[in-house]
Design a protein around this ligand. Structure first.
Ligand code: ARG
Length: 274
């Protein structure tokens, strides 16, 4: 086990056993869809009644959330809707910058944040998290034929990340903490922008979650994902600290949807096991 991975795993208080990754057959163009869609909020919560569950996300993260035309689809979008259904609530998604999700939840602009969001100790200081509904792995995307063959080769390389994500936090940390130094990291608003920068040679690699990485690689020729995983993480729904009542309701509904196989069914729809 690589030292870096161990450090990161310890940081996340998570196991370092990497589950076999599921493949996917989706070939829709995540990066090109993303470039045409706007990051502006698509739904205002100001006028939503009390009986609407609003989910803040960042919808450039296939297969968890992405645009199909004007509609935001994906695992989070469907699980979120299923939770709202179970609670007898209407459902609305607002698409914001990933970094703004927690603030949106804290301020009450959105009831919950669901965005393939990793549970971290730092985020737990600002919001509460539901139980986990999925696992993510940070991986490295490189151009085919790159001299980067493992995590250790990232030293001194130009790394592209999505701003404010765990990939960003890990990579921009100091080498003593398992990172590669702020000066080597370029932050992009969307994961798809980081991938575009990789395609045009502005960065040498992109560190991002494994399932979106697979979608980007499937949609863009000439990219590969390194075999070595960087860190394993748990995804969960975040809810404002002062809204424990909603946390309880959402967590219970999510638990039931996991229990009765609904979540797995939704995951299977978007991620095809190899
Ligand atoms: N799992 C990573 C994190 O929590 C990345 C999530 C990015 N999600 C998104 N919808 N863009 O930091």
């Amino acid at each position: 086990m690589k030292k870096i991975a161990m450090l990161l795993a310890a940081l996340l208080l998570m196991t370092t056993v990497f589950a076999a990754c599921g493949g996917k057959e989706d070939t829709s163009s995540a990066a090109s869809t993303a470039s045409t869609a706007s990051t502006e909020s698509t739904a205002s919560t100001a006028d939503s009644g009390d009986n609407t569950l609003t989910m803040a996300t960042n919808a450039f993260f296939e297969p968890y959330e992405y645009y199909e035309g004007d509609e935001i689809v994906g695992i989070d979008a469907e699980v979120g809707k299923a939770i709202a259904d179970k609670l007898g609530m209407d459902f609305e998604i607002s698409d914001v910058d990933f970094e703004a999700i927690i603030a949106n939840v804290q301020s009450g602009k959105a009831d919950m944040g669901m965005a393939g969001m990793t549970v971290t100790e730092d985020r737990k200081k600002n919001v509460n998290f539901s139980q986990s509904y999925a696992t993510g792995i940070q991986v490295v995307i490189v151009p085919e034929g790159s001299e980067i063959a493992s995590i250790d080769d990232l030293e001194g390389k130009k790394i592209g990340v999505q701003q404010g994500t765990t990939g960003d936090l890990y990579c921009s940390d100091t080498p003593e903490n398992g990172g590669f130094g702020e000066e080597n990291v370029t932050r992009y608003n969307k994961g798809s922008d980081a991938v575009m920068a990789l395609l045009s040679g502005k960065v040498d690699c992109v560190v991002i979650d494994n399932e979106p990485a697979k979608a980007f690689v499937a949609a863009n020729e000439g990219l590969v994902i390194l075999d070595t995983a960087y860190a394993e993480e748990e995804y969960a729904i975040c809810i404002a600290k002062d809204n424990e009542e909603l946390l309880e309701k959402v967590d219970k509904a999510l638990g039931e949807l996991i229990e009765d196989g609904t979540v797995q069914k939704i995951v299977d729809k978007y991620i095809t096991a190899e």
